[in-house]
Design a protein around this ligand. Sequence first.
Ligand code: B12
Ligand code: SF4
Length: 513
Amino acid sequence: MIAPDEPFLCSLSKRWIPREMITPPALDRKEQVGPVEPHYALLINPFYSKDANASFGKHVLTPSLALTSFAATTPEHWRVEYWDENLLDGRPPFRPMPRVVGITVHLTFARRAFELADWYRARGAKVVFGGLHVLSCPDECAPHADALALGDGVQLWPRILRDIEANTLQSRYVATYENDYREDPSPRRSLLPRRSFLTTTSLIATRGCHNRCGFCYLATDGLRIPYRMRHPRQVVEEFKADDQPYAVFIDNNLGSRRDYLHSLCAALRPLNKIWSAAVTIDVTDDPGLIRNMALAGCTGVFVGFESLSDDNLADSHKKTPKTSDYARRVRILHDHGIQVNGSFVLGFDHDRKDVFARTAEWIEENRLECATFHILTPYPATPLFRQMEAQERILHRDWTLYDTGHAVFQPKHMTAEELEHGYAWIYQRLFSHASIWQRRPEQWQAIPLYLAMSYLYKRSNRFWHSLIKHDLVNPVWKPLVEMTRWRHVRYRRGLAQHASPVAAAGQVVSAGV
Ligand code: B12
Ligand code: SF4
């Protein structure tokens, strides 16, 4: 039992974080640049500051598909290069100078995106912005770019390149998300540095979600993403082509259409590979689906529980089962050897200062292998932002701090400082030896691997820093991932022979972002 006020009785130790994980690489104003290469496009994922409370591992688990998805539509006579500033390899290249620089912009790294854009534009490159922040705050982005891509880059990128070649570049390009998703090409994963990610196989089978929670970016004004699905065969082909044992589905919610997930699982099963995905907890309405997920190689799910208060969930308009039934549903997943990484949002209007202790206790009682915490963050142009603004509770508009690790609004039942303290406390609690031990699996055979995974993932930020720095993430993790896959294939054989769940073997790979 954790006392409700325990988080506030202790002072917290400061967590180690190297400078290069909180400060972007410098851009030298006096730098001599090369000539512009006429058919060279550089795509940049800008630097963002990391949170010392969380595992550095999550930033190199699997890459975002923002840039590789539309890179696949680049005409053959263009050379494309990909640069992720978060891999700690320094600033993006500039010799030769690209003709066009495509940058994905999220609110947390908008400032860095603007710096990069200003630097490249001043030296002769055309800069194109796309991504979530361009959609929610186009007027703020416009002064820093030659063109804005509002919406689906897959449809816009070839048009933009054509216009650049013809010197007819427009300032805004708009596309919806309503076309047939099966017509999109596969993302161009060959651009990614394979050694730098635990797996380069970020898969995406669907876009959208059957919910539209008021705090989610999917509720952004003007953004309409109907639930769109790739053909299961396309997903299988992409998984095979990338030749990795493990994939992470980066879909908002792979479980929005259960009939689809059943057929996707049937297609994935013969591959004998492993994967994890984000789903909502209502997938457990259908235990047969959970069994099929396990048989198809699902080792972990990332579940947005968001809150353990029904009132908070009702305020957010999230359609979800009663929180009193969450524990039983977690057991259904565990019984099928599927790890649960629970995502929790802190600071809702029904949260009081006991929310941190209550949430930690619930996670420990239900032995969630992993948990991710977010301070409630009103993203611009969402219903939550409008509500907070109308109530004059927005504290500032420094988007860099809208990273879910800072309180940017006035909470109802505590101060902003208390909310940040509680957030740091709950991470430290969940990453402590005692908490890791308390959440160990019930089958003793699974404990050694669970401990290995927990210690490597949660308590080894110095080790992660060094792996990232020396491009060793994939070489070091691959044997562990392969071992997990091998054990899981054996587990599945046993499961297939029994009508009811069988004890799981334990996994090294954590349950997702
Ligand atoms: C993979 C992922 C990560 C990875 C990699 C992040 C990175 N930037 O490298 C990791 C795990 C590290 C991560 C971390 C975080 N993430 Co994240 N992440 C995702 C995830 C699951 C997938 C992104 C993706 O590949 N989408 C698919 C692509 C194809 O869609 P897209 O990005 O919209 O791109 C399309 C268009 O926008 C456009 N486009 C995009 N860029 C460009 C550029 C050009 C030039 C053009 C022409 C077009 C274009 O074309 C693309 C094709 O249609 C999304 C959720 C989701 N499913 O989208 C969350 C998401 C992006 N993450 C989010 C958050 C909050 C975070 C964190 C802050 C959470 C935390 N506290 O740790 C951190 C910090 C990272 C940061 N500051 O960005 C939020 C962002 C909310 C917002 N309004 O900004 C999202 C939307 C999740 C959510 N539901 O809230 N994340
Ligand atoms: S269930 Fe998750 S992905 Fe779907 S709208 Fe709500 S927060 Fe967004």
